[in-house]
Ligand binder design. Structure first.
Ligand SMILES: Cc1ncc(C[n+]2csc(CCOP(=O)(O)OP(=O)(O)O)c2C)c(N)n1
Ligand SMILES: [Mg+2]
Length: 546
């Protein structure tokens, strides 16, 4: 039992600190001053990172959660502070990221009379959070915050929203916090694991697909052991990219289309069976693959597609159980591994000329050809954009898990600067590279100011095709022309970052990219490399996601 006393801000942060929170991302507003006072003077030291848009605050909290696997914290002021955060909260919801958003709220004693920014927030947030509610009593603030963090961290993880009426956060109280209890770990049902092991043993051409929850649930080592023990070819998605390091003989992400077309058993762990995974239907219509879905909680198991088996619970426990129960079956097609390895080799060989392309305007792939030469194993690579980022997903194969941050299935542009701020704080000595479409840049580039003020050096590479490329090309394909898809060619986003106190440069020739990246990495300040790329190059896409 811990006793805490003070105003609501002190009580809130006392509870937050116990969950390992070390930074609070925020943008000022009077309704939440007590949270700042507690961080500055209330005996609860916490790094305050003040940003230029509330969505950046919540994106930063989300990236903190996804990189550190401890909860991220954002604080937003009443009314517009909350509404501005909604897209980012929704992104955390889709990504299963443990984020707590604390918010101010108009006073209870005048409720209904029209105070400044008076609006009932929880109904707006309820559909995109694990819980959204209001605390009205100072004495209950600490316990409410404690509950918010606990809920956010319990699988299946996700964002939690809690606002405080003005009286609750400004009032004074004594409170008691119960001792922290470790989160209960619920293993999958051993019978389910056994059935899945039988299917794996009997499969001729199995594939294991790993998703972000494998990393978020701390199951990356167990996943690798199980894949190696059972000799399962692996396709890695999202933050599971890197669970098998690039070059691993079982890693067949680059042969994904062959693997998913020809597999007879697809075992998906820690990822929803959504548009990114063909909604869980693989192989020819007449002889579809059997599909097994494993999620970190029962609510995550797909209900929209027939499953040969499923399991729900702790993912490390699942992989340990699978490895213990099964050995690679004698029924395995002896050529399966070699066929996939060959498909990987030929995909990589086909990349060579594009990665080295001397074309002018620059082919976006050349940016990655140059980046791959300077990228270190512990780099955090962030993608915010359309086609430019799709190319990155294809060419960048991480060496370690947890270092790749894309926006996830909600596909919200504008994550970039928030994710970059968090990545620099979470991984102080690693390279942090933000890949930014020129369209995406418009949503968050003002927060380069935050990088500068907080001395957070990151390298931003802007793929500047002067277009909303991922809309321009599909619209042309559908209508034979495009409209509303052009941006100003060669716009000087590098000068924006310079004006805000960072550095940057424009690159128009392929030979200029490598030297510019090296200067950016050495600069130790926020640095934007603005590469003018060919607007006519569209990413060769096999699905539109609808
Ligand atoms: C907030 C938000 N608004 C609109 C979209 C629709 N959208 C998806 S990709 C894209 C184009 C992105 O352009 P850019 O960042 O320049 O990347 P490019 O495709 O040109 O490489 C748009 C507008 C979205 N995903 N998110
Ligand atoms: Mg663009």
């Amino acid at each position: 039992m811990v006793r805490v006393s003070g105003h609501g801000g002190v009580l809130a942060l006392a509870a937050a600190r116990r969950y390992g929170v070390s930074a609070m991302f925020t943008l000022s507003g009077g309704h939440i001053f007590p949270l700042y006072d507690a961080a500055e003077k209330g005996g609860q030291p916490l790094r305050l990172v003040d940003v230029r848009h509330e969505q950046t605050a919540v994106f930063a909290a989300e990236a903190t959660a996804r990189l550190t696997r401890s909860p991220g914290l954002a604080a937003v002021t009443a009314g517009p502070g909350v509404t501005n955060s909604v897209s980012a909260v929704t992104t955390a919801w889709f990504n299963g990221a443990p984020v707590v958003v604390l918010a101010g709220r108009a006073p209870d004693y005048r409720w209904g009379a029209g105070s400044l920014q008076e609006i009932d927030h929880p109904p707006l947030l309820a559909p995109v959070t694990k819980r959204a509610w209001t605390e009205h009593e100072t004495a209950k603030v600490a316990a409410a915050v404690d509950e918010a963090f606990r809920l956010a961290m319990s699988p299946h993880r996700g964002p939690v929203f809690l606002d405080f009426s003005l009286e609750a956060i400004f009032g004074q109280a004594d409170a008691e916090l119960a001792d922290l209890e470790p989160l209960a770990v619920t293993g999958p049902d051993p019978g389910d694991v056994g059935r899945i092991a039988d299917l794996v043993r009997a499969a001729r051409r199995p594939v294991l697909i790993l998703g972000s929850d494998v990393w978020l649930g701390g199951a990356e080592d167990a996943a690798r052991r199980a894949a190696e023990e059972l000799r399962l070819p692996v396709v890695a998605n999202g933050q599971a990219r890197g669970v098998l390091p690039r070059g691993h003989d079982l890693l067949v992400t680059r042969a994904r289309s062959v693997a998913l077309r020809d597999a007879d058993l697809v075992l998906v762990v820690g990822a929803p069976l959504d548009f990114r995974l063909a909604y869980g239907s693989f192989g020819p219509k007449e002889t579809p693959a059997q599909v097994v879905h494993v999620a970190d909680g029962p609510g995550g198991v797909a209900a929209h597609v027939p499953l040969a088996a499923s399991a729900a619970g702790d993912l490390a426990g699942f992989f340990d159980g699978l490895a213990a129960a099964g050995h690679a079956g004698g029924s395995r097609d002896p050529d399966w591994g070699a066929r996939l390895a060959e498909a990987v080799r030929s995909a990589q060989a086909a990349d060579g000329p594009l990665l080295a392309s001397d074309a002018e305007p620059v082919h976006p792939a050349r940016v990655y050809g140059e980046l791959l030469r300077v990228l270190e194993d512990d780099a955090v690579v962030i993608g915010d954009g359309g086609d430019f980022v799709s190319f990155a997903g294809k060419y960048i194969e991480p060496a370690r898990p947890g270092g790749w941050l894309d926006p996830g299935p909600f596909g919200c542009l504008g994550t970039g600067l928030g994710y970059a701020i968090a990545a620099r704080l979470a991984r102080p000595s690693a390279q942090v590279i933000l890949l930014l479409g020129d369209g995406a840049a418009g949503f968050s580039l003002m927060d380069a100011d935050t990088l500068v003020r907080h001395r957070l050096p990151v390298v931003i590479v802007c793929g500047n095709n002067g277009a909303w490329g991922l809309e321009k090309h599909p619209m042309r394909a559908l209508y034979g022309y495009d409209v509303l898809a052009d941006l100003r060619p060669g716009c000087r986003y590098d000068e924006v970052v310079r004006a805000l106190g960072g550095a940057g440069e424009l690159v128009t020739a392929p030979s200029g990219i490598g030297p510019a990246l090296r200067r950016a990495l050495a600069a130790n300040v926020p640095y934007l490399v603005n590469v003018v790329t060919d607007p006519e190059i569209a990413y060769p896409r096999s699905t539109t996601g609808v």
